[in-house]
Design a protein around this ligand. Sequence first.
Ligand SMILES: Nc1ncnc2c1ncn2[C@@H]1O[C@H](COP(=O)(O)OP(=O)(O)O)[C@@H](O)[C@H]1O
Ligand SMILES: [Mg+2]
Length: 269
Amino acid sequence: MATAATATAENDKPAAGDPPVLEARGIVKRFGHVEALRGADFTVGKGEVVALIGDNGAGKSTLIKTLSGVHAPDEGEIRVGGRPVHFATPVDARRAGVETVYQDLAVADDLSVAANLYLGREILRSGPLGRLGLLDKRAMRQGAAAALAELGVRIPRVTTPIAMLSGGQRQCVAVARAIIWATNVVILDEPTAALGVVQTGRVLDVVRRARDAGMSVVLVSHNMPQVLEIADRVEVLRLGRRAARLRADEVTTDDLVAAMTGSSGAERD
Ligand SMILES: Nc1ncnc2c1ncn2[C@@H]1O[C@H](COP(=O)(O)OP(=O)(O)O)[C@@H](O)[C@H]1O
Ligand SMILES: [Mg+2]
């Protein structure tokens, strides 16, 4: 058994020399006098779930926003598949296969579930005289229902306005939208922070399905048991820099807290 497990783990590892799917190198980001990132590094390999943790204000959301085209870094480099990229907007990041669910914004309340899943990517059909430009709502409804079923997201009707859903269902729609369109990496900034236990479990199930389908996932979370449960690796951000890289199966929640606060004896400040 042990031999088989080891062999599987080795087979799953990216081949030596395989570039990370997404990488940040030496990112500096300032807001006026505040230096939110001070040379931050971050790496995600193919098919990995990487948790990004750190104390409040450590720079997690800022790092996520530079990786997804919301903020341009003042210094440093972002690479996708080993190639340097410049994301001027989130649209550029999406084109590179990087989809993000931000901490502070998820879905459009007044639109239906299907409209949210296709927001900015509407399917059009040709109207009278062959003009393209009418929304193909039927195609989007069918596509949305199929995609949600595949991800195990249970929502009675895709025509329901988002405002009618529970917090957990909404978050599942936001996460599903990211997973459906991502081709490389899904980034989730605290996706379960506002959810109860059952709803959290559903969101994590969706994350697992994405991982099982070969997607890479970055998960920002404050919930240390959750981090150890779902992540393959953990990267710790402290004061705008990477403070540690850990394998989830080799550490305890105490180790994570020590790395976040810098209280581990091996480290100097
Ligand atoms: N848009 C902004 N304008 C000014 N300061 C910001 C902005 N975004 C983040 N910061 C500051 O950058 C630091 C890191 O914030 P943030 O990335 O949100 O941390 P975290 O997500 O780890 O809690 C904090 O000091 C925060 O106040
Ligand atoms: Mg944050």
